[in-house]
Design a protein around this ligand. Structure first.
Ligand code: CAA
Ligand code: NAP
Length: 246
């Protein structure tokens, strides 16, 4: 079997980097997306190369539908059709709702939710035609339980879950699975940006008493991308140290 091509959006971030490595270990050809002009792109490629990984990089703003079309065409012509898509790019703009400004709402909704449409739309038909595909969407525990100061983020991450279940039904007979992962608090820049005293209060509420590691999320992505995950679709996989159980 030829190697699967995997596209990871936000692939050079904390969780994204771990996902790229885990998919490479699953024998995939991995393409990491980053924002156009991302200053650390070459450094990231050199560092991961020195660790033994041969990643491809592709620039593209996932909030821009046409840029995503161009990005997918570039991958298809240079590397091959996308078999595995990990919609991982995301941002936060936390603020209490009454203080939240429209630009904070828009930035989070377009980056975390519109992006999932923008990228998936360009790869799904190809997956269906070839009779195999994996779409893995990065939601969040806060999309499930809601979070103080995150009306925008909680809405976007909850939206991803509805999207996942709808597309999973449309793709179920096509050999394409569509699943979501809902991580709890993972030790990346996104979480380190929370004020230390607030972050400490949050960690104190996690039954395991610690932040998760990017590799722990990446391992789950690796499973969902694998051949043997072919019977799982429309699922939301919770991985949060016990922060929220339902
Ligand atoms: N529940 C109830 N009350 C809370 C609260 C909570 N979870 N968090 C804060 N409050 C209260 C505070 O005690 C404070 O009360 P008083 O006015 O009576 O003192 C009041 O709300 C204001 O709190 P802050 O001083 O923190 O207000 P702020 O405007 O400086 O900051 C905030 C607001 C930016 C939302 C800040 O509280 C914050 O960063 N909260 C954490 C939000 C969060 O969890 N973000 C996750 C980012 S990482 C991520 O999103 C990854 C993922 O998917 C898990
Ligand atoms: P991160 O380190 O900040 O990574 C996010 C990546 O997305 C960054 O590389 C960022 O690039 C990229 N990105 C942002 N906007 C983009 C855009 N418009 N186009 C292309 N790329 C863009 O955060 P992370 O913690 O790894 O988060 C990865 C995903 O997991 C996010 O969807 C996040 O919501 C989700 N998640 C994280 C946690 C957590 O606790 N860390 C928990 C649950 C869910 P720049 O650095 O250039 O902005």
């Amino acid at each position: 079997m030829s190697k699967r091509v995997a596209l990871v959006t936000g692939g050079m971030g904390g969780i994204g980097t771990a996902i790229c490595k885990a998919l490479a270990e699953e024998s995939c050809i991995v393409v990491a997306n980053c924002l156009p002009g991302f200053p650390q792109k070459e450094e990231w490629l050199a560092r991961t190369k020195s660790e033994g990984f041969a990643f491809h990089a592709v620039e593209g703003d996932v909030t821009d539908y046409d840029a995503c079309a161009k990005m997918v065409r570039e991958i298809e012509s240079g590397i091959g059709p996308v078999d595995i898509l990990v919609n991982n790019a995301g941002i936060t703009r936390d603020n209490m709702f009454r203080k939240m400004v429209k630009s904070e709402w828009d930035a989070v909704l377009t980056t975390n939710l519109d992006s999932v449409f923008n990228v998936t739309h360009h790869v799904l038909s190809g997956m269906a035609e070839r009779g195999w595909g994996r779409v893995i969407n990065m939601s969040s525990v806060n999309g499930i339980k809601g979070q103080f100061g995150q009306a925008n983020y909680s809405a976007a991450k909850a939206g991803i879950l509805g999207f996942t279940k709808a597309i999973a039904q449309e793709m179920a007979k096509k050999g394409v699975t569509v699943n979501a992962i809902a991580p709890g608090y993972i030790g990346t820049d996104l979480v380190m940006a929370i004020k230390p005293e607030v972050r400490e209060q949050i960690v104190a509420t996690i039954p395991m008493g610690r932040l998760g590691r990017p590799e722990e999320i990446a391992h789950l992505v690796r499973y969902l991308a694998s051949e043997l995950a072919g019977f799982m679709t429309g699922a939301t996989l919770n991985i949060n140290g016990g922060l929220h159980m339902y």
